[in-house]
Each structure stands twice: as C-alpha cells, then as structure tokens.
Design a protein. Sequence first.
Length: 295
Amino acid sequence: MPAADRRHHTLRFDAIGTAWQIDSDVLLAPHQTREVHDLVERFDLAYSRFRADSLVTRLAEHGGSVTFPADLPPLVEVYDALFDATDGAMTPLVGLSLERLGYDAGYSLTPSGDPIASLDWRSGVAVDGSTVTATAPVLIDFGAAGKGYLVDLVAGLLARLGLPRVTIDASGDLLHRAEGPLRVALEHPYDPSTAIGVLEIGGGAICGSATNRRAWGSGLHHVLDGLTGLPVDEVAATWAVADDALHADALATALFFADADTLAGRTGWRFEAVRMFTDGRVETTPGLPGEVFTR
C-alpha cells in the first residue's frame, strides 16, 4: 500500500458481478468516480455473456459480424497466444459448455445438457481489428482474462485523470501502481481461512484462479478444457505475477492446462507463477517474489 506518510483513500463498489476496491493517495472527485463507473459499464455492455443486451449475447443469438469497442485487440491477442500455447485447451469459446453445465446467464447452476468441446478458436470465428464474425451463433466467454483487462483499463483511466498511484483489487485480481511493496496472501483453495504462501510485489499485477471459487454440483466448476468441454481435475488453484493484470489474469487460467515453463517458452512472456494441484503438491517458478508454505 502507499507509504505511511501519505493519506489513504478507498473507493469500493460492485461491478461485473464482483466487489472492487481502489486505493489511492488522492481522493477521487465525483466526476472521476463517474468516469470509472461509465468505463466499467461500457466494458460490461460489450463483453458480458450474462447480459441480454451485450455484444457477446448479440453474437450468440445471431452470429454474423459484431463490432466491439476499440479495446478488443489486446484481449484477442492474449487469447490467441494462450490458445496456441495450450494446444487449444484455453479458449474463449467455452461459453456453450459452461451454459450446458449450469453456469448460464441466469446462474441456474443446474446442468441442462452434456458438456461439449469448443469450436476451434482459429476457425470458429474471424477477428478483424475490433470486428468479430461468426458464420453461426457462437457464445464467447471472455471471463478468463476480461476482469484483469478491465483492471488495467481502469488504471489507465485513473492515470489519465491524474491518479497514477493506485492499487486496484477486483476480488483477487490485483494491480499495484502505488508506492511501497504490496504483500498478498495466497488463499488455500480447500480452506479459505488459511494461506499456502505470501507474495510481495513492488509493482505490477497478481491474479489467481481456483476451482472452488465458482463450483456447483459434483465436480462442476468454471475452469473448462476447451478440447473436451469438461472441468479440469488436476490443478486446484493458480496464481500469476506479471506486469499487467490482463496477462496475469489470462495466465492464471492457462496454468490449469500447462506449466509455467511451457507457457513462457511458447509465448515469450515473462512472469512468475504458483500452481497447486488437487493432491496438495505446489509448483513455483524460480523467481517467485515470496514464499509458499507447502510443497
């Protein structure tokens, strides 16, 4: 958090289905707060599969060509890279299988059909700039990287508004741009009251994902293998540390399908990571800025 001699101001709100907290050394003016909320609303209106009026839903209902906001390309570039790095296991086209398993727009959490392998991301849709074209209706789920990307966009907006020193916490997706190091506990996926380790970041992002966070039914959760449409069952939780939240968030999902060395080698990205397997084993990268309490 910011140095002790600076005043500390906090803005809390709910958005895109989760709790947000922005800490800064300068109090946000009312118009600045409105701009943050407006940005979040525009993002949700474009990329949410849970809204009937979103662009994602329009593509799911009608197919054809849909023009998204100008901020789409970086999101697609990350998905492209990790689709290739995981041999197709990580894909934004898992939306249909998520719906069938019960993680639908109404949060029914009641399976309505069998899981289904995703369409090939490279051939199922075509992306040209900010325009996405599908020859048939297709349900895209940007959840693996979208929240982290929105954190970056909010941080960029605040910097343009004269607030560069902020820490943004979107329910565990953290971006630290303030002075001083930030210590982050890694929540045990099977016991939220304990931690498996503590990381310390001087600047950048840390994002995590766990199969217990959005779980329902027997063995059902939100992390699906695009090749089968089934929930993963070997890795229980992951964390990634990167320069920005888009990459950290996306990598936290990709780590369910490939180890850090494979992802780094195939993408060329620099990051640190932790993986906890369902049998309790923990795997870390050599440069991890912190410690884990179990191996």
